[in-house]
Every structure is written in structure tokens, then in C-alpha cells.
Design a protein around this ligand. Structure first.
Ligand SMILES: CSCCC(=O)/C(O)=C/O
Ligand SMILES: [Fe+2]
Length: 198
């Protein structure tokens, strides 16, 4: 099974700190100079990632192993683009509201691309670009948001343990047990304390 980063192959998952401009959410929003974020840093924040063979997702042993190991019994596929997603404008607006879920958010990009934005331990936005073949898991209780990029299309597999619960809890929902458990997990990894600026 491949990690999301493979030497010599195009990255299917990359991440960077965002600027704070109000420009179109679909733009990359790099800082100047660019400040990339490693997959190790994402993993410290509780985010898992893999590179998978999206042309063979129906018979992919690596995907089967991940599903078995993590109990991802539910799968569906959703197209996010103006032509295919009913109620597109409302949904796109809702995806980009900062929110959390009480379960993991598991997405596997089969075609197209998109941005998942998360916050680091200092509340700074990190933009995670997911392309064809990239699969990510955002932990339960982690605030995040999603937007398409300027290509305006993603075909994503959504996975879940058991019957899916898609409810987004818009920020602030800090009293939820899932939020507390997420913050505790960061503390245990030594990631919970804000880093003092010099
Ligand atoms: C790429 S799937 C659409 C985004 C989504 O389902 C979600 O919950 C974003 O936070
Ligand atoms: Fe979400």
C-alpha cells in the first residue's frame, strides 16, 4: 500500500498554509513565500492519507485492506460539480462553512480535485489539495471545510463505519464529546498546545 507521497510521482495530496485574502475560495491561496506542510505534520494533526489506484477502485486490494482494517463498511460515490450535484450552490456554500462531524470524514478522489481546509494547533488554516488517487481521513471532531478548485469538479468516494451520519456541526460546537476527544488526542501527541511566536 502506498503512502500519499511517492518519490518521482506526481503528488496526489499536498498541503500548505493559506493566506488570509478574501479572493475566490477556489484559488490556491498560498502564502508569499509559499509555506508547504508535510504529510507528517498532517498525521500529527490526526489526518491519514494514501495514494491508491483510482482507475481500479472496484478491484483494488489496497483499498480492501484499508476498509477491512478501519471498518469502512459503507461506500458511495458523489460527483460535485454544477451539472451533477442537486442544489449545487447551497451545498457548495455549506461545505465551505467551518464545521466538524462526530465521525471521521473519509474521502477518496476518483477523478478531479478539491481542497480540504483544516486548522493547525495555532488555528492557522492549512489547505490540503487532494487529486485523483488521493484518499484522506479527517478525524472526528476536527474543524474543516471543503471547496472545489478552479477546475470545478471532483468525483469522490465517501466511506463510513456503519450507517453514515453526514451532519455538519458548524463552528462553534466545542462542547461535543467528539471535539473534546479530538483535542485530547492532540494533547497526547504533544500537538495540543499553541506554539509561542518568537
Ligand atoms: C468531496 S465530498 C464533498 C465534501 C463533503 O462531503 C464534506 O463533508 C465536506 O466537509
Ligand atoms: Fe465535512
Amino acid at each position: 500500500m502506498e503512502t500519499a507521497f511517492q518519490e518521482g510521482k506526481e503528488e496526489v495530496i499536498s498541503a500548505w498554509y493559506m493566506d488570509d485574502s478574501e479572493e475566490d475560495q477556489r484559488l490556491p491561496h498560498h502564502r508569499n513565500p509559499k509555506q508547504f506542510v508535510s504529510l507528517d505534520k498532517l498525521s500529527e494533526l490526526g489526518i491519514l492519507s494514501w495514494r491508491l489506484d483510482s482507475d481500479n477502485y472496484e478491484n483494488d486490494e489496497s483499498l480492501k485492506k484499508i476498509r477491512e482494517a478501519r471498518g469502512y463498511s459503507y461506500v458511495d460515490i458523489c460527483d460535485v460539480c454544477p451539472e451533477k450535484l442537486p442544489n449545487y450552490e447551497v451545498k457548495i456554500k455549506n461545505f465551505f462553512e467551518e464545521h466538524l462531524h462526530t465521525d471521521e470524514e473519509i474521502r477518496y478522489c476518483l477523478e478531479g480535485s478539491g481542497y480540504f481546509d483544516v486548522r493547525d494547533q495555532n488555528e492557522q488554516w492549512i489547505r490540503i489539495a487532494v487529486k485523483k488517487g488521493g484518499m484522506i481521513v479527517l478525524p472526528a471532531g476536527m474543524y474543516h471545510r471543503f471547496t472545489l478548485d478552479t477546475d470545478n469538479y471532483i468525483k469522490a468516494m465517501r466511506l463510513f463505519v456503519g450507517e453514515p451520519i453526514w451532519t455538519p456541526y458548524n463552528r462553534p460546537h466545542d462542547h461535543l464529546p467528539a471535539r473534546k476527544e479530538y483535542l485530547d488526542s492532540l494533547l497526547k501527541k504533544g500537538e495540543g498546545q499553541p506554539v509561542e511566536a518568537n
